[in-house]
Write a protein that binds this ligand. Structure first.
Ligand SMILES: [Mn+2]
Length: 304
């Protein structure tokens, strides 16, 4: 392959090793800084590098999981997917999606145990990997943490808008797939009617954690985390902040539940560093990413 798909990281994520191709039986971090369809406040394109920068300066140890990034299995930082900003968001999106396809072509995510942690970028970037993992795992559970339902058919003319990302993923759902959501507090009447009819929205944190606890240890899980899930009092650096959100400890409970489960992939999207000039949101997001990396490290004694 001669085409260049990725920019190597200028600064490796803390404790990660560099790899230019996805590594089997490993966690692969990739930056996907696309923010072409963001409508309100842009800036997510630089989030992957902002997170790498902060990661060097925060503790690598999580007291919540009693794990250290330096001690878990090797994971890889592939750098950032090349993303154009031509002004035509739809074309730029399709071009980036095609690069993901070429980066992963002829790879069997399930058989090769290829785990991805994607750093956005706006939420539309999740589609490329979620679609691939739905294809690889016919029994995939998609966990969706977000302030917004993201179930619109399209938004402002964009089929692949960040406001319709979950709807696009549902196009790929088979009978064995399942969607479960928490944190949603904004959407249209139609989106809420759909979530009620399909019972996809957890009414509270306890119900969401109980759902994870009840999953078989062999059931593959993809977690898509839009950082506006958190209250803007804690995490103001997102494009579409929404009051009434969750706190960091809710996320700690979720990763503690996920640790004994089979995480196959995740993404963290919508950090917009320029929106929060204090830099606190970058730090908050990086702590969230640390917990998520550690959650991939499975507690083997919980296997059965
Ligand atoms: Mn959102």
């Amino acid at each position: 392959m001669s085409e260049i798909l990725l920019h190597p990281p200028k600064r490796l994520y803390r404790a990660a090793r560099f790899a230019s191709r996805p590594q089997s039986h490993s966690l692969n971090m990739i930056g996907f800084g696309f923010d072409g369809t963001a409508c309100f406040r842009k800036g997510t394109a630089i989030a992957p590098d902002a997170i790498r920068l902060v990661a060097s300066d925060i503790e690598s140890y999580s007291p919540y999981l009693d794990l250290d990034l330096e001690e878990v299995a090797p994971f890889y930082d592939l750098g950032n997917l090349i993303v154009q900003q031509s002004g035509d968001a739809h074309q730029d999106y399709l071009a980036a999606h095609a690069r993901i396809e070429r980066l992963t072509e002829s790879r069997d995510f399930a058989a090769d145990g290829i785990q991805f942690l994607t750093l956005g970028g706006e939420h539309s970037i999740s589609y490329s990997f979620i679609a691939k993992y739905l294809q690889a795992y016919p029994d995939l559970v998609l966990l969706h943490l977000d302030a917004h339902a993201d179930l619109r058919e399209e938004y402002q003319g964009y089929h692949y808008s960040h406001a319709s990302i979950i709807r696009r993923c549902l196009d790929h759902f088979g009978p064995g797939h399942q969607l479960f959501q928490f944190g949603i507090r904004s959407g249209t009447r139609e989106e809420y009617a759909w979530m009620r009819a399909n019972k996809t929205l957890a009414p509270n944190l306890d119900a969401f954690v109980a759902f994870i606890d009840g999953l078989p240890a062999s059931r593959p899980i993809y977690l898509t985390l839009d950082l506006d899930y958190f209250d803007p009092a804690f995490m103001p650096g997102t494009g579409t902040p929404e009051p009434g959100g969750q706190d960091f400890f809710s996320f700690v409970r979720i990763v503690q539940a996920l640790r004994s489960k089979k995480m196959v992939a995740a993404d963290v999207v919508e950090l917009s560093p320029p929106v929060d000039a204090s830099g606190n949101s970058d730090v908050f997001a990086t702590k969230v990413v640390r917990e998520l990396i550690l959650a991939f490290h499975r507690e083997e004694h919980h296997e059965h």
